[in-house]
Design a protein around this ligand. Structure first.
Ligand code: SF4
Length: 479
């Protein structure tokens, strides 16, 4: 095959020492390689990588060609936003894509009238693309000098500096069937080196069912603001899905991916040393009802699976116990492990779960734990859910609503049900409020009502810190 002369690099955030695949960026690179005359690679950039070395590697990679660099799944990292800005100011075309590309390019609601709010990333990027990756094809096939404002899914500035956006095209299963997992690179010795992945991903559902329906929710004031002066909950916040979740805001629920595309994704997964497909994460927030079908698709392809990782909610786990057991019997016969890699418990307190709009209660979470603990002895090698087995379940702490009483109760639950033994991760995750998540509407309302300003930290809102005081309680109960 003729070697391509034009190059495209997709930069993404990555963790040092890891070897997991990145479905979104690697699917985008595959689409570019298959549909344009550009050769695309993905570069996973860790926090530890030296940006000077990264720039040297980019210069070596592009040589004297026009640099066209996409940025995706940046995890809100300011160092990567700065890098994009520096590259743009030195003549590169920098494109923001991936989750929350649109809101992050445009900036926080009302920032023009509230200077402390997040101003967006339109200075750092030549333009942004929200929605499916294939929208980049017409731009690349037209050449870098083209006016991008006519392409689907593009956000850019007009001649007066105003941002406008075009609607994205719908998701199309034809572009969701193939991922070339060889496209991932890391930075080593000031150059890009291919990284063999040991865990892939298969997309079976776009978005989350919990985010399908909008409803009005009621969220309490942060404890520090109401402890001496109790105030009622805020009404009138319209929310789809969990209030902290960017999948909910970004994608909502767009339904299942066509089975033919899922089958092809399984086909394109690399094989491990034992000849079986490497472990993969099944992207589907309610995976149990269709899990058996994954095994049937593998049979149709005459391939064997080593491990399927599932991310799911506690209530979906309870609803899907029967199909899970049915699939576990198949998994045992085929010696495939099903790992419940992340169950989104998030909290063991009803007030916090309500404020997160999780749609489950403390009891739902405890029932789910009881069910998996009962199931585990029947399938010791083929059902995994323990942290030692690679699971990392969702547990959000601290939150703005923690107080001594809530913490004492959570601590009691942890001890009574021995959650530290098999459920709680080694470290909890602090509540992160992205500027476009449901909770951002809530916190902006508080700012206006109380005449206070919370700190902005990159693309997030620092709920723990107003301009003049810290609101984060140092609790004696540390999880
Ligand atoms: S956190 Fe999970 S369950 Fe909640 S809306 Fe997001 S994807 Fe769905």
């Amino acid at each position: 095959m003729k070697e391509k002369t034009k190059k495209f690099v997709i930069i993404t955030g990555y963790f040092k020492g890891e070897s997991y695949g990145l479905l979104g960026p690697q699917m985008a690179a595959t689409i570019i390689n298959d549909h344009t005359d550009y050769e695309a690679i993905v570069v996973g950039v860790t926090n530890e990588d030296d940006k000077k070395d990264l720039k040297t590697a980019l210069n070596r990679h592009f040589k004297n060609r026009q640099k066209i660099i996409g940025f995706s799944s940046l995890g809100g990292r300011p160092d990567l936003f700065d890098l994009a800005g520096q590259l743009k100011h030195r003549g590169a075309i920098t494109i923001l894509a991936g989750p929350q590309a649109g809101p992050d390019y445009k900036g926080e609601t009302g920032w023009q009238d509230h200077p402390h709010r997040f101003k967006g990333l339109s200075d750092c990027f030549s333009f942004a693309v929200h929605g499916p990756a294939q929208q980049i094809i017409p731009f690349l096939n037209s050449g870098p000098g083209i006016d991008v404002s006519r392409f689907d899914g593009v956000l850019c500035r007009d001649e007066h500096g105003r941002i406008f956006e075009n609607l994205p095209v719908p998701w199309d299963d034809a572009y969701l069937s193939k991922v070339d997992w060889q496209t991932l690179n890391i930075l080593k010795d000031k150059a890009f080196k291919p990284l063999s992945i040991t865990c892939g991903q298969v997309l079976q559902q776009i978005g989350c069912q919990h985010a399908a329906k909008q409803k009005q929710i009621f969220i309490d004031y942060p404890w520090e603001l109401q402890k001496d002066n109790p105030r009622p909950c805020f009404a009138g916040i319209c929310q789809k899905g969990c209030s902290f979740c960017d999948v909910a805001t970004d994608k909502g629920y767009m339904g299942a991916v066509d089975e033919t595309a899922v089958k092809k994704q399984i086909f394109y997964l690399p094989k491990g040393p034992d000849g079986r497909k490497i472990p993969f994460e099944l992207i589907n927030e309610s995976p149990l009802f269709k899990l058996k079908r994954i095994f049937e698709l593998a049979d149709e392809l005459s391939v064997e699976l080593s491990q399927v990782n599932l991310t799911l909610r506690a209530d979906y786990l309870l609803k899907g116990l029967e199909p899970l057991e049915e699939t576990l019997k198949i998994a045992r016969k085929k010696d495939t492990r099903i790992l419940l890699s992340s169950i989104g418990f998030e909290s063991f307190d009803n007030t916090i779960l309500k404020n997160l709009n999780k749609g489950v209660t403390r009891q739902t979470n405890l029932d789910a734990i009881k069910a998996i603990r009962q199931l585990k002895p029947e399938y010791p090698a083929h059902l995994g859910y323990l942290k030692e087995e690679g699971a990392n379940h969702g547990f959000i702490h601290p939150t703005p609503w923690d107080n001594d009483e809530i913490s004492r109760e959570i601590n009691k639950t942890i001890s009574m049900y021995q959650l530290s033994f098999d459920i709680l991760p080694n470290h909890s995750t602090p509540l992160i409020i992205h500027h476009a998540s449901g909770l951002s509407d809530w916190i902006r309302k508080i700012e206006l009502k109380e005449n206070i300003e919370f700190k902005r930290v990159g693309t997030t809102i620092g709920w723990w810190q107003t301009r003049d005081r810290s609101l984060l309680q140092v609790l004696s109960y540390v999880f």
